[in-house]
Design a protein around this ligand. Structure first.
Ligand code: ATP
Ligand code: ZN
Length: 283
């Protein structure tokens, strides 16, 4: 069988997590920094290591069947590819920001102003949708210094924590796009067979990441209350302990409920609570 090809970022913000995701899917491959291509030894897949900007086009043109890339890059390159799965990492927001001392109040105040960005395509669409006529100045790097140099009144750039904006005397003004890493496929990619198998594996890794395995001890008299707090994947496992009337409860809970649940479990008499990471959940 000819192996499928998946393109991931060679180095940069998405590289490590893309590699980790594929490895957590049980794929065995060498991750040499120098190589452009790596063969998976236990799955019919080859991994191409590319600059992120090239990934959408490579997938569109079929040089790779699949790719992992930020939504910001996909939208900016305006390619025809299919979104297969949102991957929950590489989260960032494309924002318009203005100098701290700027007196612009709302987005229509951008009318007639100059905005510097390395995302001209996305910005142009955003301005059109909001019926704003502004000048787009395309720059490839260090966009955040352009208002200080008098080159623009605002910028449109990727923001994650806002630290870069702050250190350049800028403040967020409007959100243009919120982005995360996406698994994309060539238009019309066969979603059966290998692609389906890979997507199922990715899904089980992503589900597991949101889940914790919890073991706790409880006196039988408190068991019902505890079980109401703990809906398991199907139902919790209950194991008798050596101490009379005590049982251990094993179950999984959602990471987002975690602190709230743990505090309530303690309040209802749960003891010796152990929380463990889950590697995979096969539904
Ligand atoms: P390449 O050398 O592959 O062209 P790059 O320098 O263009 O890399 P990176 O800075 O590595 O790109 O960012 C890759 C992607 O990570 C971005 O396109 C975006 O989707 C995502 N990302 C997440 N957080 C941030 C952030 N704080 N700044 C920029 N990109 C971020
Ligand atoms: Zn890039």
């Amino acid at each position: 069988m000819t192996p499928l090809k998946i393109a991931i970022q060679k180095s940069g913000r998405l590289n490590e997590k893309s590699v980790a995701l594929l490895k957590n899917c049980g794929l065995n491959f060498e991750n040499y920094k120098s190589s452009l291509i790596s063969t998976v030894s236990n799955f019919p897949l080859e991994i191409l290591f590319l600059r992120d900007d090239d990934i959408p086009e490579y997938v569109q043109d079929g040089i790779a069947d699949l790719g992992i890339v930020g939504e910001n890059v996909i939208n900016e390159t305006e390619v025809n590819v299919q979104y297969l799965q949102r991957l929950g990492f590489g989260k960032c927001t494309l924002k318009i920001a203005i100098p701290n001392e700027s007196n612009l109040q709302e987005i229509h105040d951008l009318e007639g102003k100059a905005i510097a960005t390395s995302y001209p395509v996305i910005l142009k669409k955003y301005l059109q949708q909001n019926k704003i006529d502004a000048t787009i100045r395309t720059i490839s790097g260090s966009v955040e210094i352009s208002p200080g140099l008098g080159l623009s009144d605002a910028i449109c750039d990727i923001v994650s924590t806002g630290g870069t904006l702050k250190s350049n005397g800028l403040k967020p003004f409007a959100e243009v796009l919120s982005s995360e890493a996406i698994l994309i496929g060539k238009d019309g990619v066969d979603r059966d067979g290998v692609v389906k198998e890979l997507m199922q594996r990715i899904q089980s890794v992503l589900t597991a990441k949101e889940t914790k395995y919890v073991v706790l001890n409880v006196d039988r008299s408190n068991l019902d209350t505890i079980l109401q707090l703990l809906p398991g994947v199907k139902s919790p496992t209950i194991v008798p302990l050596a101490e009379e009337n005590w049982v251990a409860v094993h179950t999984v809970i959602q990471e987002r409920d975690f602190w709230e649940k743990i505090n309530r479990l303690k309040a209802e008499g749960a003891q010796g609570i152990v929380v463990m990471p889950v590697e995979k959940i096969i539904m």
